[in-house]
Design a protein around this ligand. Structure first.
Ligand code: GLN
Length: 257
């Protein structure tokens, strides 16, 4: 009997917590402030990068459409990739749009929208260095990654197979990681497909992209957990953009193809 009562009490507490979060919903906050705040890490072309002084990219265009559908303006808040989920959880940002891969661990912390782009991890090496995917697990081979990303997890857990490895060098973004690759401080950089291609293209004399596809991933937008109305709104805009062919259009616009 006591157990049943405890379970009932726990359920009631959860229900009241749910009620609490919906009373300070993201949509209310966005409308009150007249702006939608997008948390991102603007060093991930073509999804987010700096042009002039402005953050631009596919994710910025998508978030601008979500803002437009809500009748507000978009504000982009640039931060470390690792800071995005905490910013969304704390309500400091309305959403996180950062070429963010859907993972089960992240699903514990935030809710994901519908997926809008497929991706994969790729390896960048120095041209003519002979470094291959198979050689990445060898002792002495340092892999550069962006801290806290799926590339970091793959290099650490799958390639090196050691959570305490010192042979994974963690950087704030793939651009600085690639600079260290060119300076000889690491042997390879693992990063998402499109940023990898864009970095190699920008340094075509020095860098080379390996053909191997390490993972299968999908990007989605992160929103605060349990805010069903806002999640539905975000998904509505994504569905509209997909049906209008806009996401492909944004990709073409920002890759210059
Ligand atoms: N897709 C990768 C991840 O979610 C990298 C994202 C990024 O660096 N912006 O971990």
């Amino acid at each position: 009997m006591k157990k049943i009562f405890a379970a009932f009490l726990a359920a009631a507490m959860l229900a009241s917590l749910g009620g609490c979060s919906s009373s300070s919903s993201t949509i209310d906050q966005i409308k009150k402030e007249g702006k939608l705040v997008m948390a991102t890490n603007a060093a991930f072309p073509p999804f987010e990068y700096i042009e002039g002084n402005e953050p631009v990219g596919v994710d910025v265009d998508i978030a601008a459409e979500i803002a437009k559908d809500l009748g507000v303006t978009l504000e982009v808040s640039d931060m470390d990739f690792n800071a995005i989920i905490p910013a969304v959880q704390a309500g400091k940002a309305s959403l996180g749009a950062a070429g963010m891969t859907v993972t089960d661990e992240r699903k514990q912390q935030i809710d994901f929208s519908d997926e809008y782009v497929k991706s994969a991890q790729y390896v960048i090496v120095m041209k003519g260095s002979g470094v291959t995917v198979d050689s990445l697990s060898e002792a002495g081979i340092v892999i550069g990654v962006q801290e806290g990303t799926t590339g970091d997890f793959y290099a650490t857990d799958e390639i090196k197979g050691d959570p305490n490895t010192e042979e994974v060098a963690r950087y704030k973004n793939a651009i600085v990681a690639s600079q260290d690759l060119m300076n000889g401080k690491c042997s390879a950089v693992i990063i998402d497909e499109m940023p990898a291609k864009s970095i190699v293209e920008a340094n075509a004399d020095t860098l080379e992209l390996l053909p191997d596809v390490l993972t299968e991933e999908s990007y989605a937008i992160a929103v605060k957990k349990g805010d069903a109305a806002f999640l539905e709104q975000v998904n509505k805009t994504i569905a509209r953009l997909k049906s209008e062919g806009k996401i492909d259009e944004f990709l073409i616009k920002h890759t210059g193809e």
